[in-house]
Design a protein around this ligand. Structure first.
Ligand SMILES: Cc1cc2nc3c(=O)[nH]c(=O)nc-3n(C[C@H](O)[C@H](O)[C@H](O)COP(=O)(O)OP(=O)(O)OC[C@H]3O[C@@H](n4cnc5c(N)ncnc54)[C@H](O)[C@@H]3O)c2cc1C
Length: 483
């Protein structure tokens, strides 16, 4: 047996017992704990850091919600669960879990209300002009590629980025609110408890965990279930090398130190299947402010590879996985503006040829790309990538410049999307699709809604939503309420 799974026979005595043991106190863990406690369970959260928060507290705090939430309505936007599901089904990558998408969209309005009821504040003001968290404390933003091709033809666009009221970066506010709700509840939280093994009965049921507490091992029994909410594995180089090596090249691998894949490994050791471990969200914020969407993004062959008005999560994914991390945003004097993020100017020239030469692009390639682009842009169209007309304008006024969007010089913010295979109630599944009794998971320890094609807010969105469902399932009340 793996050292990550111990036999219950070998546990001499239990140091503590709860109905539901939650491993990790990020957004997913807090949601599990709150919902399990609301169902009357005695809940114990074990957190390896001194206090909760995890990557969730370091994030932008955006939650992807829709279908006509109170916030969308207050800001004057119409939406429906059907349109939201159409967008997500089309955008979140190859072979997503359609059952999760549909359930999430169906209950998104109620999930927003639940977050508000926990004390997460949202200001009913729409902020236009950023793809993700706004510089103000406004509550609603565009946070995906809804208005870009091909999605705008497939689903009616609506802004769905719900941002807790905090300027610039709302993750701290989200987690402050959720942890305060946990503190008001009967949930017990034990910091400095790093779970190092699961405990299994002879009938294969997971019945507890072993936690390391200042070097001492403590055995903690779970009467009804163990829920893994330990985050992803962006901090684990060996796992990245094995599953998504391109992410190792990203300079901005932001995550709490707990994002080392420990929960995923515990689940695998207990027999779990995984899904989409090779998928990561890669954000390349090259087009903020949005006027820079009028530039053209080219690869090392001087070719365009994506419509520049797509959400920066899509730009990053294309730039890293399809263009090998070698990309430049070409601008002319007419559209030049100072980018929001510090980015190196890789080349400047009086002609596209001078810029291309400085970048080392194949002779004539950039010139041909710009000639074709400008020919159509003169009529306000982009027949190659169908960029929206408002961002299509000829790039013809010298000097020309190239912002450095290579993975070596630019911000590529990365986190992993794959994880344990779970059903819609957070039950961890084995390779046959059977549940592993007593074992549940949520958040980035699992494969959730997005398996690529990330829109901002999907990770915190699915972590909190399916976390709540896992909390109920772990208490044995999976079907007691619908959302
Ligand atoms: C810069 C940046 C900005 C982002 N902004 C957004 C955004 O706006 N919206 C969005 O949806 N997503 C965003 N993300 C992604 C998002 O923050 C994470 O995917 C999400 O927070 C994961 O939540 P979680 O609850 O699964 O894990 P976490 O929040 O990481 O929580 C996991 C917890 O488990 C603990 N833990 C780990 N292992 C153990 C163990 N063995 N024993 C006990 N405890 C353990 C950790 O210490 C941690 O507290 C962003 C990511 C980055 C990098």
């Amino acid at each position: 047996m793996s050292r990550l799974v111990r036999s219950a026979r070998d546990v001499a005595h239990w140091d503590d017992t709860a109905d539901v043991v939650v491993v990790g106190l990020g957004a997913a863990g807090a949601s599990v704990a709150l919902e399990a406690a609301a169902d009357g369970a005695d809940v114990l959260v074990l957190e390896r850091a001194a206090a909760g928060g995890g990557t969730s507290a370091m994030s932008g705090g955006v939650l992807y919600l829709g279908g006509g939430t109170a916030l969308q309505t207050a800001c004057g936007f119409e939406d429906s669960a059907e349109e939201m599901a159409k967008y997500l089904r089309a955008s979140v990558g190859d072979a997503p879990d359609l059952a999760k998408i549909d359930l999430y969209c169906e209950h998104s309005v109620a999930h927003y209300d639940w977050l508000v009821a926990q004390g997460v504040p949202f200001k009913p003001v729409f902020y236009y002009g950023v793809s993700g968290e706004p510089p103000t404390d406004d509550g609603l933003v565009w946070s995906g590629s809804e208005r870009a091709q091909p999605f705008c033809d497939l689903a009616r666009p609506a802004p769905r980025g719900h941002v807790p009221a905090m300027e610039h970066q709302a993750g701290p506010m989200l987690m402050r609110s959720l942890i305060a709700a946990v503190e008001r509840s009967p949930v017990r939280v034990a910091g400095d408890h790093r779970v190092v093994a699961l405990v299994r009965e002879s009938d294969d049921t997971i019945v507890g965990v072993i936690a390391s507490h200042f070097g001492q091992e403590r055995a903690i029994r779970a009467r009804r279930g163990v829920v893994l909410t330990t985050g992803g594995f962006i901090m684990n180089d060996a796992m990245l090398a094995a599953h998504v090596p391109a992410a190792l090249r990203c300079k901005f691998r932001v995550g709490a130190e707990g994002d080392d894949g420990s929960g995923i490994k515990l689940g695998i050791a207990a027999g779990a299947a995984t899904r989409h471990l090779d998928k990561a969200s890669i954000s390349l914020p090259a087009t903020q402010p949005w006027g820079l969407k009028r530039g053209v993004l080219v690869d090392a062959r001087g070719q365009r590879f994506v419509n520049e008005d797509a959400y920066y999560g899509r730009l990053g994914e294309y730039a890293l996985f399809h263009a090998g991390g070698r990309a430049w945003l070409i601008v002319d004097d007419a559209i030049f503006e100072k980018p929001e993020y510090p980015r190196r100017v890789a080349a400047v020239g009086e002609t596209p040829t001078e810029v291309a030469r400085e970048l080392g692009l194949p002779p004539g390639a950039l010139e041909a790309t710009l000639a074709l682009y400008n020919e159509h842009a003169a009529r306000g169209v982009d027949p190659v990538f169908a960029k929206a007309a408002e961002y299509v304008t000829p790039l013809a006024r010298a000097p020309f410049g190239a912002f450095d969007c290579t993975v070596d010089a630019s911000i590529y913010a990365a986190f992993t999307l794959g994880g344990l295979h779970t059903d819609v109630d957070g039950r961890v599944l084995d390779p046959e699709g059977d549940t592993i009794p007593g074992l549940f998971a949520a958040g980035r320890a699992t494969s959730g809604l997005s398996v690529g094609g990330y829109s901002s807010g999907l990770s915190l969105g699915d972590g909190t939503f399916f976390g709540r469902r896992a909390g109920r399932a772990a208490t044995g009340n999976a079907s007691s309420r619908s959302s």
